[in-house]
Each structure stands twice: as structure tokens, then as C-alpha cells.
Write a protein that binds this ligand. Sequence first.
Ligand SMILES: NC(=O)c1ccc[n+]([C@@H]2O[C@H](COP(=O)([O-])OP(=O)(O)OC[C@H]3O[C@@H](n4cnc5c(N)ncnc54)[C@H](OP(=O)(O)O)[C@@H]3O)[C@@H](O)[C@H]2O)c1
Length: 331
Amino acid sequence: MTKKIKWGILSTGHIANKFAKALAILPQAKLVAVASRNVSTTQKFAKEHNVPRAYATYEELVRDPEIDVVYIGTPHTFHLENSILCMRNGKSVLCEKALTINAEEAKKMVQVAHEENVFLMEAMIPRHVPLLKKAIQWIKDGRIGEVRMVKASRCARGVFPPGARQLNPNLGGGSLLDVGVYVISFASQIFGKAPTEVIGMSHIGDYGSDEQGVAILKYDNGEIADLSFALRTNAVDEAYILGTKGYIKVDEVFAVPTKASLFIDNNEVEILEEPIIGNALNYEAEEVMRCLNEGLKESPHMPLDESIQIMEVMDALRKPWGLTYSNDKQG
Ligand SMILES: NC(=O)c1ccc[n+]([C@@H]2O[C@H](COP(=O)([O-])OP(=O)(O)OC[C@H]3O[C@@H](n4cnc5c(N)ncnc54)[C@H](OP(=O)(O)O)[C@@H]3O)[C@@H](O)[C@H]2O)c1
């Protein structure tokens, strides 16, 4: 019989609010506590989302004996510290993307998960969306032949005041960690291996963070991924998976994918259309609960070694850009 999973939320920002809404539609989930660095923020969040306990420090949250798993929605530079705090207190963790700011931090985080024998997963919504799983089945069924290229773009036009997390280099802001991680993770999922060559280019904006960038990844059998990511540039959010017989196009792939099309010889031969249930964060929460109920320590859909490998790709990309984050040195 599946056990009801008790959640804690660490932080009260934009995505933490969305996650609380996602849990609210899942009958097998119970949100029992939230923590903020600030007492009034945590109380406001608890009231809005009907959370029984509101803590004014993260340390109090992780000592709550009822909590099975903590969702971490802090800026990138705090993911390692916050996750370790949870795991050292016996809690499983769902940590927002990007898992950390660099591969060295990611390896440390995974090592602690192993030492504490707790579940850990990077929150990467597209991995768990049913429509995308069905579209990927087209590849497994050989419908597009051998996959040779991936083209994906995750660009959003945001207006960010100075200091906002998204472009704040001291909080691990910038397009690579914030949205580039989606397209790199997508290429990794499709090809199922690490690239052998990585090149890219970025523009460092007025706030000292990368506002937009491109990456070309090449794989051992000549496969290529052509990826773009941006935080201040309006663009279509879509992905193409290109094969020797045909290709797949997914619309709004990294936000709310609701349509995927299969093309053979440039003719659209099949369409998958499926509405997103909830705000899509519920899909990753469901995967965490499935894993916990099955006693798994990581998800087969977002394996920890792959999260580390994705961080390695991002490290390699930004090295020639001279792009560093505040805690790179300690990483
Ligand atoms: N999956 C998605 O669709 C999605 C979308 C957006 C963002 N994200 C990810 O979610 C994470 C957070 O993004 P967000 O947009 O929710 O950020 P946000 O609105 O700025 O919230 C971040 C929260 O982190 C906490 N925090 C702890 N130390 C902080 C510090 N020194 N400065 C600022 N905040 C601090 C704060 O909560 P307290 O004050 O309560 O402690 C704050 O509310 C990032 O990893 C981001 O990549 C994911």
C-alpha cells in the first residue's frame, strides 16, 4: 500500500509558492511545514497554502520529525548548503534546478545523499511530463530512425530589476544555470550520454551575469545538439529531435508542453495533444513519492550521475566565457 508522503518546503519565493499549489492537488501528498529566513514571510505562506507549521529558520524545519522529504526552492548558490542540511537530518530532498552551481558541488551533494542513504533528485519538470514521455516513445519505436540532432531553445523575456535572483551573479543568476540547464538536460536525455565536445558563446550583461547564450554539443557518434537559452530575449520555447527518417517537434517544451508532432518526410503524420494537469510541478512531486514508496534513492528519470554530468557540461561551457559564481572557489 502506498504511504502518504509528508513534505516540507524550504523557502517561500516564486517557485516555492507554485510547488505548494502543486502538492495541494495530489491526494498522496501532505504539506506539513514551511520555513523561511523571515517569520512574517513563512507565516504568510503557511496561511495562504494552509500549512500546519511555519518555521522561521531552515534548521527548525529539518528537525521536524514528521517530514519525509524537503523541497528546496532557494537560489542556485544555496542548493548545496540547504540540501546537505536536510540530508544530514535524515530528510530526502527534491532540489530545484540547476542542482548546484558547478559539478564539484553536485558531486558533494550526491555523496552526502549516499552517506545518509536518502533520496535526492534535481527538479527537472520536462523529465516527468506524460506528453514528453510519449513523444520519446516515438524514438524508441524507431519512428524517426537514428537520432542525429537536437535543436532546442529555452528563451524567456523577463524584466529584472537590479539584484533580482535571475540575473544576480552572487546568487548563481544568469541564463545558463536558470534556463540553459533545461536544454542541456534535454539533449542529455535524448542522446543518453555525455557529449565529447562542447562549445558555446554568451553575452554577459550589465549585471555581470550571462543574459543569453548558445551551446553546441557533439557526441561520440557525430550526433549534435544545437541549444539556445536567454533571460531577456523573446523567443519560441520549442525543441526538435531530428532523425534519419523523420523528426519530432515539441511546442512549449520546457514550460507547459501540450503538443508534440511527428514528421516523416516533412509531413506531419501524427500529433499528440494533452493538457497539462496542475502547474506541472505536480509531475515531479509524484515521481518523488513513487520513488519513496518503492524505496528508491534516486529517480531513473533524472539520475544523479546525469545531473552531475549536466553540471560538467555547464562548467565546460562557461570556462572560456570567464563566467564564475560566488561560491565556485569553495566548490
Ligand atoms: N521549475 C521551474 O519552473 C522553476 C521556475 C523558476 C525558478 N526555478 C528555480 O527555483 C529556484 C528559486 O527560484 P525563484 O524564482 O523561486 O526565486 P525567488 O522567487 O527569488 O525565491 C528564492 C527564495 O529563496 C530564499 N532565499 C534564501 N537565501 C536567499 C538569498 N540570500 N537571497 C534571496 N533568496 C534567498 C528566499 O526564501 P525565504 O526568504 O523564504 O527564505 C526566497 O524567497 C532556482 O533554483 C530556480 O532556478 C524553477
